[in-house]
Design a protein around this ligand. Structure first.
Ligand code: ZN
Length: 74
């Protein structure tokens, strides 16, 4: 997928995040186990070669779609 810099519009170059897991996690406010209710996705990183901006995109963003709707709801 082709992406462009949100600042200057330059075409972004795909890069890789050097981390242990290569994933991002959304922490849920539910009082269950420490990890059972968390959602995660692998991440694609894109670098703007013009201004240096790095943008991150979840590879599976749909798992986060209800992340903002957990207040007082099941
Ligand atoms: Zn840029």
């Amino acid at each position: 997928m082709h992406r462009h810099c949100g600042v200057c519009g330059e075409s972004l170059v795909k890069v890789w995040v050097n981390s242990a897991s290569g994933t991002i996690i959304v922490a849920e406010s539910k009082r269950g186990g420490p990890f059972t209710n968390r959602k995660s996705s692998a991440v694609d990183a894109y670098l703007c070669p013009k201004c240096g901006r790095v943008e991150l995109f979840a590879q599976n963003p749909k798992v986060f779609m209800d992340a903002n709707h957990h207040d007082g709801q099941a």
